[in-house]
Design a protein around this ligand. Structure first.
Ligand SMILES: C[S@@+](CC[C@H](N)C(=O)[O-])C[C@H]1O[C@@H](n2cnc3c(N)ncnc32)[C@H](O)[C@@H]1O
Length: 196
């Protein structure tokens, strides 16, 4: 039996995305970093799909380009050196998923963190860009300076989404310290969809 435990926020986010993203889908990685999540998404959507990946750090994008290139997935990945607050300027079509892995890139400049104003701007654009049935998945980190405020801002945004239009979940590991990363999922409802 293949078994991988769901240890962290990224593991849980990936588990959910495996369920919701299929071959041929268009998706966004709003925080590309070194490209691990982007590569994960690129493999899910395959060569008939498309991934837009945003980051503000050139060095991170260079590493992502090498990682994704080595895996042979670059032809359907658009790596953008741009803040995700410009999401709608680059992504013009409805997408199945928009994924955020907030905070700073481990091993790099810890001052290059995601910030509430730009994260919220991107989340609001993501709401509009989603197909019905599409998902926004946010891994939230609160252990660094500024992370707590960003977490509160993201939770407020998520809690304000109308239940007629979105199912919204917040998932925390309650047997670990309160500062461990957690995940917020927002699923845009398709008209006439049946609940599980
Ligand atoms: C936790 S890291 C992402 C890790 C990445 N998903 C991976 O697999 O390696 C957060 C990233 O967000 C980026 N970032 C910060 N502000 C941003 C913004 N406004 N738009 C896009 N990316 C941003 C940082 O440069 C950093 O690389």
């Amino acid at each position: 039996m293949k078994y991988v435990d769901v240890r962290g926020a990224v593991g849980l986010a990936h588990l959910f995305l495996r369920e919701r993203v299929a071959l041929g889908d268009r998706v966004v990685d709003a925080t590309c970093g070194n490209g691990h999540d982007t590569l994960f998404l690129a493999r899910l959507v395959g060569s008939l799909g498309k991934v837009w990946a945003f980051d503000v750090q050139e060095e991170a994008l260079a590493k992502a380009r090498a990682l994704i290139g080595d895996a042979g997935c670059l032809p359907w990945v658009n790596l953008l050196q741009s803040g995700h607050e410009r999401l709608a300027a680059h992504v013009d079509a409805p997408v199945q998923a928009v994924v955020f892995n907030l905070g700073y890139l481990p091993g790099s400049d810890k001052s290059r963190i995601t910030r509430p104003e730009t994260t919220l701007a991107a989340l609001k654009q993501a709401e509009e860009l989603l197909f019905p049935g599409g998902v926004i998945v946010v891994a939230v980190y609160t252990g660094h300076p500024g992370g707590g405020e960003e977490g509160i801002a993201v939770e407020r945004w998520a809690a304000s989404l109308p239940p007629q239009s979105f199912n919204v979940w917040c998932s925390r590991q309650i047997n670990r310290p309160a500062t461990v990363p957690y995940v917020i999922f927002a699923e845009k409802l398709a008209p006439g969809a049946q609940g599980m």
